[in-house]
Ligand binder design. Structure first.
Ligand code: UDP
Ligand code: MG
Length: 316
């Protein structure tokens, strides 16, 4: 099989048929042998009913993995990559913000350049507020300074991989999946392709500012332990400064007989040190919590059932 499309879906009832039609029209005569793998990530609307209809009606090779609950897009992508049989595998959203015509472009780049292992689509023009843009810029600056691997700003999950890169990604079985980090961590040679993002075809985005913030913390904690070292350095600096202050106080008292006023200094220092300690414990806690969950070795997703269209079954 030439190509697998991996499509994570959460509450995308209005987009399922539109997406399948768009792919059929775009790929007609151009890509012969392809499959579409939809992952229904515990949708609360009629996404699953729509997917079932699509599997029964469609002449395309379609597979549906139905999760037992919402596991998140990261788990959806993992499940799709695992199921994909194609020589090339593309991750694409269901909401048609990412036009399937770009997949053709990605395929031809890989066909023509053997030295590229994946094509990563990045947004030419970012359609977001200035405030969000500022936070995203800061996040990329911080994470790139802390991590040895590179995070490219604007690079999306809309990517096409060669088979062996997919296999390497699947080798990373961690429960907390920060895919952008995983894709960089496995290495290989990526081609960055600019693309224009369309408006969402139907439904609403699942990202809120809080979710993005949590995702950013996830990225940092998953791919670097620098914050832990910062806590150590912070502790060292504060200890050194307090030693210095102690020496100054002793000298003032013994040699200059100066009365040292204590109350305000003590209160400020107690609060300051308490805050720093709590912050450092919090940082350690973030890592410890993840270690705890990872040791449980829980599955990344649970599939209730897997459906396959007639063409998919016949092709076997
Ligand atoms: N998605 C998912 N599980 C989730 C949230 C999102 O599978 O818990 C899917 C969603 O259906 C869409 C893709 O991930 O196909 C991207 O989500 P969204 O469009 O909300 O993100 P945005 O494009 O706004 O960044
Ligand atoms: Mg979207």
């Amino acid at each position: 099989m030439k190509l697998s499309l991996v499509v994570p879906c959460y509450n995308e009832e209005g987009n399922i048929f539109r997406f399948a039609d768009a792919v059929e029209n775009t790929f007609k005569d151009k890509v012969k042998d392809y499959e579409i793998i939809f992952i229904n990530d515990g949708s609360k609307d009629k996404t699953y009913t729509e997917l079932k209809c699509l599997v029964n009606d469609s002449k395309q090779n379609i597979k549906v993995i139905n999760f037992s609950r919402n596991f998140g897009k990261e788990s959806g992508m993992y499940a799709g990559l695992k199921e994909a049989k194609g020589e090339y595998v593309t991750i694409i959203d269901a909401d048609l913000q990412q036009d399937p015509k770009y997949v053709l472009e990605m395929i031809s780049i890989l066909d023509e350049n053997e030295n590229y292992d994946s094509v990563v689509a990045y947004q030419k023009q970012r359609k977001e507020s200035k405030v969000l843009g500022f936070f995203k810029n800061s996040f990329y600056k911080i994470i790139n300074r802390m991590c040895s691997i590179e995070f490219v700003q604007g690079a999306s999950d809309f990517r096409t991989f060669r088979r062996y890169m997919v296999d390497s990604i699947l080798e990373m079985k961690e429960y907390y999946r920060f895919s952008k980090g995983i894709f960089s961590w496995v290495g290989f040679n990526n081609y960055y392709m600019p693309y224009d993002v369309h408006e969402r075809s139907a439904g609403v985005t699942k990202w809120s500012f809080y979710k993005l913030f949590k995702y950013a913390i996830e990225g940092i904690v998953s791919f670097t332990t620098v914050p832990l070292r910062l806590a150590t350095i912070f502790g060292l600096i504060v200890s050194l400064l307090s030693m210095l202050y102690l020496i100054i106080v002793i000298i003032q008292k013994i040699f200059f007989l100066i009365e040292v006023p204590g109350y305000a200094t003590i209160v400020t220092l107690i609060l300051l040190l308490g805050g720093i300690q709590l912050l450092c414990i919090g940082i350690i806690g973030e890592y410890l919590a993840r270690t705890y969950v990872e040791t449980k070795n829980r599955p990344i997703y649970i599939a209730k059932e897997v459906l396959e269209s007639k063409k998919g079954k016949n092709d076997k």
